[in-house]
Design a protein around this ligand. Structure first.
Ligand code: TXA
Ligand code: MG
Length: 324
C-alpha cells in the first residue's frame, strides 16, 4: 500500500522521508516539474529499486538532485559557464549534464557508466529533504515506464498502488513539465531536452549560443538516449551471454547458486536477487575487465522484473563494438 504524507507538517514529512532513504528505499518526492521516484544516489541497491519499481527495461542515466552548488561540486566538474547558469537558474527546472568528477561517490547505475552526470537542484520541499539527507537523490519521474509523468501525489499513488511506497504530498507541481536538460562540454552547450527553462534564456545568461543535438557531432545520436546505442558501456573483453560453463582463461560473472572453476569469478547475487544483481552489474563488469581477461562469460539472468534491464545492458555490452 502506498502511504501519502503531507508536506504541510514539514518536520514529520522530512523524518518519514529520511527514514525510508536511510533504509535504501525509494520515496516519491514533489518537485516543481513533476513528482520524482527518489533514492540515495550513492547506494546501488536503492538505485536498482528505482529501475525495478518503474519497470524500466534498460538502465538509462538518472538525474542526480542536489541541494545547491556545493553538493553539485562533489559530483560533477563545474566550470565558469556552468556556475553562471547555476547562479541564475537554481533552484529550478534546469538539469546540467557535466563531466563526472573522478572520485565522485555517485553510483554507476546513476550515470549508466558514462563519464558525465546530470545535476539539478529542485525548487521547494524536495530541496530541503536533500539538504537534511546530506547526499544527492537520484530521481526519474515517478511513473511506471512508458506512462505519463505524475504532477500530483494522487497520480503517483495510482501508478504504484501495488507498492509499499512513501509519497510526500506538496500539492500539484507548478511547472508540470520535466526540466530542461543542457549538456555543458567546456564552452559548448547542447540542448538535450527542452523544458521549463527556454533556450533563449540560457543563451542570454551564458552569452553563448546553444546547439541542438543534431548541430553537435559529438552529441548527435549519442547522448540523447545513451541507453539506446547497440554497443554501449562495452568492456574491453568480449562478453558471452547465457553461459552454463566458463571458457578456459575467461572470467565468470555468475548469478545464483551455480559455481564454476576459474581464476577470476564474481557473483552478481548468490541468492538470485535481481535488485542486488542490478546494483552490482557495472562495478563487477569493470572489476572483471580490469583482470585483462579476453572474455567474460555471464550466467543466464532470468528475463523478469529487473532482469529485463540487466539483460538489456548485458546484450549491449556483448554487441560488436563497431555498431552504434
Ligand atoms: O524534471 C525532471 O527532470 C524530473 C524530476 C523528477 O526532476 N526528472 C526526470 O527524469 O525527468 P527522467 O529520468 O525521466 O529523465 C532524465 C533524462 C533521461 O532522458 C536521461 O537520458 C537524461 O536525463 N540524462 C540523465 N543523466 C544524463 C547524462 N549523464 N548524460 C546524458 N543524459 C542524461
Ligand atoms: Mg520520465
Amino acid at each position: 500500500m502506498t502511504k501519502i504524507v503531507s508536506a504541510i507538517n514539514k518536520e514529520n514529512a522530512t523524518k518519514e522521508a529520511l527514514s525510508q532513504l536511510t533504509k535504501s528505499n525509494t520515496v516519491a518526492i514533489p518537485t516543481e516539474t513533476v513528482y520524482g521516484l527518489a533514492a540515495d544516489a550513492t547506494n546501488g541497491i536503492a538505485i536498482a529499486k528505482i529501475f525495478q519499481q518503474k519497470n524500466r527495461p534498460s538502465f538509462n542515466p538518472l538525474i542526480c538532485h542536489v541541494d545547491g552548488i556545493k553538493m553539485a561540486m562533489q559530483f560533477g566538474k563545474i566550470n565558469d559557464v556552468t556556475k553562471k547558469l547555476i547562479n541564475t537558474f537554481w533552484p529550478g527546472p534546469l538539469t546540467l549534464v557535466v563531466p563526472l568528477l573522478e572520485n565522485s561517490k555517485a553510483h554507476d547505475l546513476v550515470t549508466a557508466g558514462l563519464g558525465t552526470i546530470g545535476l539539478r537542484c529542485p525548487n521547494g520541499f524536495s530541496r530541503e529533504i536533500i539538504e537534511k539527507f546530506g547526499k544527492p537523490l537520484a530521481a526519474p519521474s515517478a511513473n511506471r515506464s512508458g506512462r505519463i509523468s505524475p504532477t500530483s501525489a494522487s497520480h503517483v499513488a495510482t501508478e504504484f498502488e501495488h507498492l509499499d511506497l512513501l509519497i510526500i504530498d506538496d500539492g500539484p507541481c507548478s511547472v508540470g513539465l520535466e526540466s530542461t536538460i543542457l549538456k555543458v562540454d567546456g564552452e559548448v552547450l547542447t540542448l538535450l531536452r527542452s523544458g521549463g527553462i527556454s533556450k533563449q534564456h540560457i543563451e542570454e545568461i551564458a552569452g553563448i549560443s546553444v546547439l541542438f543535438p543534431e548541430e553537435n557531432s559529438a552529441v548527435a545520436n549519442k547522448i540523447l538516449a545513451p541507453g539506446m546505442m547497440v554497443s554501449h558501456y562495452a568492456p574491453n573483453a568480449d562478453v558471452k551471454l547465457n553461459c552454463d560453463t566458463c571458457d578456459d582463461n575467461a572470467a565468470w560473472l555468475g548469478f545464483g547458486e551455480q559455481t564454476v572453476k576459474t581464476t577470476h569469478s564474481l557473483n552478481l547475487s548468490e541468492t538470485g536477487d535481481l535488485v542486488e544483481a542490478g546494483s552490482n552489474l557495472y562495478a563487477y563488469m569493470k572489476v572483471l575487465d580490469k583482470t585483462g581477461c579476453e572474455t567474460i562469460c555471464v550466467a543466464p539472468i532470468p528475463m523478469r522484473d529487473l532482469g529485463i534491464a540487466i539483460n538489456d545492458r548485458l546484450s549491449r555490452a556483448a554487441a560488436p563494438k563497431n555498431v552504434q
